[in-house]
Design a protein around this ligand. Structure first.
Ligand SMILES: NC(=O)c1ccc[n+]([C@@H]2O[C@H](COP(=O)([O-])OP(=O)(O)OC[C@H]3O[C@@H](n4cnc5c(N)ncnc54)[C@H](O)[C@@H]3O)[C@@H](O)[C@H]2O)c1
Ligand SMILES: [Zn+2]
Length: 356
């Protein structure tokens, strides 16, 4: 088993990555079982795929275990669902000792993590990510949250789990488009931090059916853990994880959440950010070409019908939420991310032509 430590003093925890790890969860958690209630928060389709087996195994190992499901889709990250879960937990007699197991993709992880951070002022939880995006990104680092009418993730907290349990074999049932979306975030890690990893990903993508997910997830988790350990609250280094996200978030908002997946939007955003890095004289033409060739190995939806002015208005809205400063992530070289505040509206608008 690969154990990656996320170092945050007393709040440090491990990210375990292992094939077939799901079956070993009772064994891994046994020392933490003091007779409390263990609550799986998931989605019904995922309960059928792996959740009911997990619950059975936990019960056989003397864990008192129950479950709650969320609907599928971004709509589950809502105030209504949040309060419904809290009420259901009270009905189930959950208390301060209850431990949550968040089994699912980023939607489940974000809501379940936020519930854990606020139920009776905070209870323990573990992330068991089931999408590639959740394995390499959303389950690590403690960002939790829900959406409100005014925007995405506007209510939330940074609340670290007790551990992250990753079983790459459960990606077998993940729909292809969701895999592609997660691969966008995997490419991001290579682009900002490790050029050899980026080159490996590029080679692996030539035969996507044999893609070594375990290897890729391990390296991505190492990079994310290192960055979060050094800058938990996103005052500096952690900003690099937003590579491709400025334009990416705007594309998601423009096309509607659910129509363009997060990782797909980020992949397109990385092409724009690569072009900007080249135009601003940070990244060489050849390196930008390599980045684009890698991203182009993913089948991405067409965004040719976008309106550049609308995209720009979303970028500006995002900037307002972030204290009015846009820390735009550029590449100084492949594997070397950096931020700049000297980016013009025109530059962002012009960059959109590379994805139209
Ligand atoms: N907290 C963070 O740091 C962070 C980072 C990035 C993204 N996010 C959030 O993550 C969310 C997106 O997460 P996502 O991309 O994982 O999408 P998701 O959670 O909506 O999952 C996508 C779909 O795949 C299904 N699914 C999940 N695992 C499966 C499996 N193994 N087999 C078959 N089907 C499976 C789900 O039921 C769902 O229908 C967004 O809300 C985004 O804001 C959070
Ligand atoms: Zn992302």
């Amino acid at each position: 088993m690969k154990k990656i430590e996320l170092k945050l003093g007393e709040r440090s925890y491990n990210i375990h990555v292992e094939s077939d790890l799901l079956k070993k969860i009772p064994e891994i958690l046994t020392e933490q079982n003091h007779g409390q209630k263990w609550l799986i928060i998931s989605q019904y389709n995922l309960m059928e795929l792996f959740g009911f087996d997990l619950m059975m195994n936990l019960k056989e190992a003397n864990f008192e275990c129950d479950y709650i499901t969320l609907p599928v889709g971004e709509a589950a990250k809502s105030m209504n669902e949040f309060s419904r879960i809290i009420s259901q937990m009270i009905e189930m007699s959950c208390d301060r000792s209850t431990t949550i197991l968040a089994l699912g993709g980023g939607v489940v992880g974000d809501v379940a993590g936020f519930v854990a951070s606020s139920f009776m002022r905070g209870i323990e939880y573990y992330q068991i990510p089931s999408t590639l995006l959740a394995m390499v990104d959303s389950s690590i680092g403690g960002k939790t949250g829900i959406n409100i009418a005014e925007g995405k993730n506007l209510v939330g907290s940074i609340y670290q789990p007790q551990g992250v349990l990753v079983d790459p074999t459960i990606l077998d049932s993940l729909p292809r488009e969701e895999v592609i979306s997660g691969l966008g975030e995997v490419i991001k890690y290579g682009a900002i931090r490790d050029v050899d990893f980026l080159n490996n990903i590029s080679t692996w993508l030539d035969d996507i059916d044999s893609f070594p997910f375990k290897k890729a997830v391990e390296r991505a988790c190492e990079i994310k853990a290192e960055i979060v350990s050094l800058d938990e609250r996103e005052d500096g280094l952690r900003r690099l994880l937003n590579f491709g996200h400025t334009v990416g978030h705007a594309l998601e908002a423009h096309f509607g959440y659910g129509r363009l997946r997060h990782g797909e939007a980020v992949s397109l955003g990385m092409k724009c950010a690569g072009w900007i890095s080249k135009e601003m004289g940070f990244l060489s033409e050849t390196e930008n070409k390599t980045l684009n060739q890698t991203i182009d190995k993913l089948t991405l939806p067409s965004v040719s019908k976008m309106d550049p002015n609308t995209i720009l208005s979303y970028v500006k809205k995002d900037k307002k939420v972030r204290n009015g400063i846009l820390h735009f992530v550029v590449l100084d070289a492949l594997g070397k991310g950096n931020t700049t505040e000297l980016i013009s509206d025109k530059m962002i608008k012009d960059s959109l032509k590379v994805i139209q």
